[in-house]
Design a protein around this ligand. Sequence first.
Ligand code: HEC
Length: 132
Amino acid sequence: MNRFLLIAALTTLLVTACGKPAPPPQAAAQPAPAAGAVPTTATATLDDAKALAVMNKAGCAGCHAIDKKILGPSYADVAKKRKGEQGAAAMLVKKIREGGAGAYGSIPMPPNSTSQISDDDLKAMVDWVLTK
Ligand code: HEC
């Protein structure tokens, strides 16, 4: 299903649920996906709301928040440390998948399997974290 159909379906749902017309979808707010790109649960460009939904679903939110340390570093601290670092995105994707420790202290991050977070969502999450 393409983005337009998805938005149309969601709008229909909203109208049905609320009994009054929903405002028109803000289609112009985000760039359209490249031709042939199939959006999965997340598109390549996550906004905060989508990223937080992925974090909750994947279980990252138990240990991470955008601007405060929980068990793991805040994503703002990660961005501060990693932004501009050569190969940071690929390194972070691998580290989140396999787990690791030592960069922020001795508490390890456990591995995160593909059943917790898909490859596409993981890449999108890392890109988003690096914008914080
Ligand atoms: C059980 C707690 C826990 C969970 C769940 C967890 N993390 Fe972490 N995460 C940590 C800890 C602790 C660190 C710091 C590791 C270190 O010091 O090297 C970390 C580090 C990170 C870093 C920075 C790594 C670096 O070297 O700069 C990123 C990015 C990150 N986590 C993303 C995620 C994402 C995305 C998820 C969900 C798929 C996730 N984490 C799930 C605890 C967790």
